[in-house]
Design a protein around this ligand. Structure first.
Ligand SMILES: [Zn+2]
Length: 104
């Protein structure tokens, strides 16, 4: 059960580690802890103003990833709905509804 819960972020971090390369860009952190992502990096990764980024760490490294909500049950990120504050895909919602119909 625990292994299943951590499998998704672990996979993403492993994928990022294999593709690490220096862009030769150094940016200073400002007084509020902010940095500016270079324009070419934002274009390349399709990051627009107000988009959300998810933050991971791996040893001494900080990894940023464009945030895509995933289903809490199956990790799918298509057709997402929010149910009681949790992201759930339509497929899992239908499956849950089917189970309530057949539980009698
Ligand atoms: Zn799902």
């Amino acid at each position: 059960m625990l292994r299943e819960a951590i499998s998704v972020p672990k996979l993403l971090i492993e994928k990022a580690v294999y593709k690490v390369k220096s862009l030769g860009i150094v940016r200073k952190v400002d007084e509020l802890g902010r940095i500016v992502l270079p324009m070419e990096l934002r274009r390349l990764h399709d990051i627009a103003p107000r988009d959300s980024l998810e933050i991971f760490t791996e040893g001494d490294n900080i990894i940023l990833k464009k945030y895509e909500p995933q289903c809490v049950f199956c990790s799918n990120s298509e057709e997402m709905k929010t149910f009681k504050g949790k992201n759930v895909c339509v497929k899992c919602l239908k499956e849950a509804l089917d189970q309530t119909k057949h539980s009698d």
